[in-house]
Design a binder for this molecule. Structure first.
Ligand SMILES: [Fe+2]
Length: 601
C-alpha cells in the first residue's frame, strides 16, 4: 500500500507512506529555496507548484517507485463541500492535476467522523508527473485541514489515547481551531471554532501584532517574533482583557464578538512622553501602521512595544488554558496532543504542560502547515484503512540528505566556487576537534544525514556555538541577521537535562521551554530565564549526542547553543552551496558535513 499525500498552499509539502512506514516527508521550501513555499516565483521563473510534481516523481524514483505504484493520493484543505468550492486554489489545482472530481460522478462523502470525500479518477494527468504516460484508476482522499493537523500530532504521539487541540492563524479560512479525541487508530472530531462570520482566533492576531511591532518578514514569521519580544515586557491587564475580547472571549464563556478586530486599533501607545493612537481600522483595512509609529515600535528602548507583545502572549495563554480545561472536562484523558501553527508557541505549550489538567503533552515538530501532508498520510493509514497505531517516540529526521555533498557527482563543481578548504576526518577525532573549537568560541555549521522536519533545527541542520558567554548571542544574531530580541536555544544531553533545566522529561522536538537552573549558559537562555531546549540521547541523534559529550568532557557543560542553519527569511539549508555561502559571508569558522570539515581559506 503506497500512499502519496500533498499539501498545497503555504508551507507546501508531500509525504510518501509505504505499508505504514514514512519513506519521507518533504517541505518544498527546502528544495526550491522560497521560505514557506507560497507559490512565489523561483529564480528561473517557475512557481513552486510548477516544480512540485517533477520533484514528487524524482523522490518516488529514488525509492524505485513510480506514480503508477501509488494506491491512494491524499489531499487536505476542505472543511466541507461548500468550503471546497470556495477554496479556489485547491479546486483549480485538483482539477488541473487530477481531473474534475464532480465530473467523474463518483465522488463519495464517506459517512464517518469526521466526514471526508473520496473518489476514484483516471490518472492520465498531464506532463506534471514526469515520464508517466499510462492511465490508471486511482483512489483520491480529501481530509479537512484541521483534521490533518490533528492527525499529524496524534499519530506521531506515543499515546494510546489522547485529547487533541489544533489551532492556527487562518486554517482553511473556515475552521481555525478544532478539538478531537484519539483512541487507538481512530481520531474523532469533536468540534471546531470557525473563522466566519467573526474573527475569533489568536494566530492571526499574532501576525497583526508582528506587523505592528516588528515589521520584518512575512506574516508567517511574525508570531515567533512577538513571542520572543514578549519576554522583555510586562503584561498590562487592560490590554490582555482587550485582546481576549477581540478574540471573542468574554469572561467565562466563549462568545463571538462582532467586529472585535477593529477595537485593538483604539489602544493608545505612549512614546517619549507623547501619546499615539493607532488609526481606527488600521489592522482591518491597512496592512501596516504609519511609518513613524512603526519606527518607534522597533526601538528597543520602547517599553510599550514589549508590554504590548507580553499582553498578547498572556492573553493567548489564558485563552489556551481555559480551552484545555473545557476539553479535559469533555474527555478526561491525561494526554494532550497540540497541533496547528500556534502549536509552535512554546510558552503556551509549556503552560499546558505545567498548569492544565493534562499530565502529558505531545507536539509534533511539524505542527505548522508544513506537516499537513504527513497528518493526511497517517490519517489515511490509521483511520481510513484501519491499521493499528504504534505508540513509540517519533523520528523527525525524514527529509533529504544534503544536496551536492561529498561523494556526489556535483560536489567538485560546487566546492570550487568557494574559497574553502576541506578535509575528511575520523569521526571520533572530528568530534574532539570541533568540541575544542567550540570551546574556543568558534561558530560551527553542522549538517548530518536527513533533515529534521518542521521549522526547528534538531541537530541535523544546525549552527552550534558555545553557550558559556553571553556575548555569543549577539555574535550569532549577526551571523543570522536576526532581531536583537530573538532568543537562542540550548541542545542538552538528555541525561543532564534535569540538572540544568527545570524539566522532568525528555523534550526532543524543541516545543516547550524550561527555566534554566544555572548561570553557566547565558547565551542559550532568554531574558526571562527560560530556554527553548532540545534534549538529545544517543539513540535519537548519535552524532549530535557525541559532539555534546566531547564538549562536556572539555568544558564540564553538556550543552551547546543550537540554532537553525539559515539566515533570516530563508529556508533552512539543504544545498552545499547555501551552506558554504553562509560560511564565507559570516563569522562562522567551520561547516561539518558528515565527517568532512570545511573552513575558509
Ligand atoms: Fe494550518
Amino acid at each position: 500500500m503506497l500512499i502519496l499525500t500533498i499539501h498545497n498552499g503555504h508551507d507546501s509539502s508531500f509525504t510518501l507512506l509505504k505499508d505504514g512506514d514514512i519513506l519521507g516527508h518533504w517541505e518544498i521550501e527546502r528544495i526550491c529555496r522560497v521560505k514557506h513555499g507560497t507559490g512565489a516565483q523561483t529564480a528561473d521563473g517557475k512557481t513552486i507548484h510548477d516544480i512540485k510534481f517533477p520533484i514528487i516523481q524524482e523522490k518516488l524514483r529514488s525509492f524505485g517507485l513510480d506514480i503508477a505504484d501509488v494506491d491512494i493520493i491524499g489531499l487536505n484543505g476542505v472543511t466541507n463541500w461548500d468550503c471546497y468550492h470556495q477554496n479556489s486554489f485547491i479546486w483549480k489545482n485538483l482539477k488541473n492535476k487530477f481531473g474534475d472530481p464532480e465530473g467523474q460522478g463518483k465522488c463519495i462523502l464517506e459517512d464517518t467522523n469526521p466526514p471526508f470525500y473520496t473518489w476514484t479518477a483516471p490518472l492520465e494527468v498531464e506532463p506534471c508527473w514526469g515520464n508517466y504516460k499510462g492511465k490508471k484508476e486511482i483512489r483520491f482522499f480529501v481530509l479537512r485541514h484541521s483534521m490533518a493537523h490533528s492527525a499529524a500530532s496524534y499519530y506521531t504521539s506515543p499515546f494510546k489515547e489522547s485529547a487533541v487541540f489544533s489551532w492556527e492563524g487562518a486554517g482553511d479560512f473556515w475552521e481555525t481551531a478544532v478539538e478531537c479525541y484519539g483512541l487507538g487508530n481512530c481520531l474523532e472530531f469533536l468540534g471546531s471554532y470557525n473563522w466566519k462570520p467573526h474573527y475569533n482566533i489568536f494566530g492571526s492576531l499574532f501576525n497583526d501584532a508582528g506587523h505592528l511591532l516588528a515589521d520584518i518578514g512575512t506574516g508567517l514569521d511574525c508570531p515567533g517574533k512577538v513571542m520572543g519580544l514578549s519576554a522583555y515586557g510586562t503584561p498590562r491587564r487592560q490590554w490582555v482583557d482587550e485582546t481576549l475580547r477581540l478574540c471573542g472571549y468574554c469572561g467565562k464563556t466563549f462568545q463571538l464578538c462582532e467586529g472585535g478586530r477593529k477595537r485593538w486599533t483604539s489602544m493608545e501607545l505612549e512614546y517619549k512622553g507623547a501619546k499615539f493612537s493607532l488609526r481606527e481600522n488600521i489592522i482591518q483595512d491597512v496592512p501596516y501602521p504609519d511609518e513613524p509609529i512603526r519606527s518607534m515600535l522597533k526601538d528597543s528602548s520602547f517599553k510599550v512595544s514589549q508590554d504590548f507583545a507580553a499582553s498578547i502572549q498572556q492573553a493567548l495563554e489564558e485563552y489556551f488554558l481555559d480551552r484545555l480545561k473545557v476539553l479535559y472536562d469533555k474527555i478526561g484523558s491525561e494526554n494532550l496532543c497540540i497541533s496547528g501553527g500556534v502549536g509552535l508557541n512554546v510558552l503556551a505549550n509549556t503552560r499546558a504542560l505545567r498548569e492544565s489538567p493534562f499530565k502529558n503533552v505531545h507536539v509534533v515538530s511539524c505542527c505548522n502547515d508544513g506537516g499537513l501532508s504527513l497528518g493526511t498520510a497517517l490519517y489515511i493509514w490509521h483511520a481510513y484503512l484501519g491499521n493499528v497505531k504504534i505508540c513509540k517516540s517519533f523520528n523527525p529526521y525524514l527529509g533529504d540528505t544534503l544536496y551536492d555533498k561529498p561523494g556526489t557527482d556535483t560536489f567538485g563543481a560546487v566546492v570550487e566556487g568557494f574559497p574553502v578548504n576541506f578535509k575528511q576526518m575520523e569521526w571520533g577525532a572530528l568530534c574532539k576537534f570541533i568540541a575544542k573549537e567550540l570551546l574556543d568560541k568558534k561558530i560551527v555549521g553542522w549538517i548530518q544525514d536527513r533533515w529534521e522536519i518542521g521549522p526547528r533545527a534538531l541537530g541535523n541542520r544546525s549552527i552550534f556555538a558555545s553557550p558559556l558567554s553571553a556575548d555569543m548571542k549577539n555574535i550569532i544574531n549577526r551571523v543570522k541577521r536576526r532581531e536583537w530580541y530573538r532568543p537562542f536555544a540550548p541542545i542538552v544531553m538528555e541525561e543532564y537535562a534535569g540538572e540544568y533545566f527545570d524539566i522532568d522529561r525528555p523534550a526532543p522536538y524543541m516545543v516547550v521551554v524550561a527555566d534554566s537552573k544555572t548561570d553557566k549558559i547565558p547565551a542559550a537562555v532568554h531574558i526571562d530565564g527560560t530556554a527553548r531546549l532540545q534534549t538529545v540521547n544517543r539513540a535519537q541523534n548519535r552524532k549530535a549526542w557525541t559532539l555534546l559529550n566531547e564538549f562536556n568532557k572539555l568544558s564540564g557543560v553538556p550543552v551547546l547553543l543550537n540554532t537553525s542553519y539559515n539566515v533570516g527569511g530563508m529556508p533552512i539549508v539543504n544545498y552545499l552551496s547555501d551552506a558554504l555561502k553562509l560560511l564565507c559571508d559570516s563569522s562562522m569558522s567551520y561547516v561539518v558535513v558528515d565527517n568532512y570539515v570545511f573552513r575558509k581559506r
